[in-house]
Design a protein around this ligand. Structure first.
Ligand SMILES: [Zn+2]
Length: 228
């Protein structure tokens, strides 16, 4: 019985030493390592959903306050303002840069359309949003969710998610702005337009990317894209 007790005590002391050693070893470095992993993950998402368009350089509005013209439908402003990270300023005259809601149009079999232009230095210049006149017939769920979805494309989400949220290709009635999408935008708008994030990526992109980049510091070229 006593032997067992002493063995147990020894084991407990041994365990305590191991725990102390582990704590000592990991102290300081563990929090740093965790942080680094999280940031790298975000950069990889940022590349996948945004910076791939300029071969590793971010694409965003130059300001976090974005002028919006034409948000006249019922509940549209509220649907736009749902996005975190950026602010929207609703304006009565067409702005020189910003988002322009064009309203309803015949878009074939798609629910909504966001068309944007950006320059080769990573600055968004203009984004137009259209909603299908057949929205109801196409089973597109709520118009306001389509507006929120298209605005998501307008502010920097340049690919559809597959997480069951609002930015999925077929959102199927989901109106959820998922935390991963919010995190991408959060990171995007802490970085200047055109920020080179290639060195932050875990997986190295093909070498050809460095030689053949669509990015140009002078912003001399203009590109256009559309997402539905
Ligand atoms: Zn879309």
């Amino acid at each position: 019985m006593w032997k067992f007790f002493f063995d147990l005590q020894k084991a407990r002391i041994g365990l305590l030493i191991v725990v102390l050693l582990l704590t000592a070893c990991s102290g300081g470095s563990s929090s740093g390592a965790k942080e680094e992993t999280a940031v790298l993950g975000d950069y990889s998402d940022l590349y996948q959903y945004n910076a791939y368009l300029l071969d590793g350089h971010t694409v965003r509005w130059v300001s976090t306050t974005i002028p919006v013209y034409g948000a006249t439908g019922a509940g549209w402003r509220k649907a736009i303002k749902r996005w975190p990270t950026v602010n929207f300023r609703f304006v009565a005259t067409k702005p020189a840069w910003g988002i322009h809601i064009l309203g309803y149009d015949d878009l074939g079999n798609i629910c909504g359309l966001a068309s944007f232009t950006y320059d080769s230095a990573g600055a968004l210049e203009r984004c137009t949003v259209k909603v299908s006149i057949l929205h109801e017939d196409l089973n597109c769920a709520r118009v306001t969710d389509t507006i929120t979805h298209e605005i998501g494309h307008c502010i920097g989400v340049f690919k559809h998610t597959t997480d069951g949220g609002l930015m999925d290709e077929k959102a199927d009635g989901s109106s959820e702005i998922t935390s991963s999408v919010a995190a991408i935008l959060g990171l995007l708008y802490t970085l200047a337009p055109g920020t080179d994030i290639r060195d932050q990526l875990l997986a190295r992109r093909p070498g050809s990317m460095r030689a053949m980049s669509r990015y140009q510091a002078d912003g001399g070229k203009r590109y256009s894209r559309s997402w539905h």
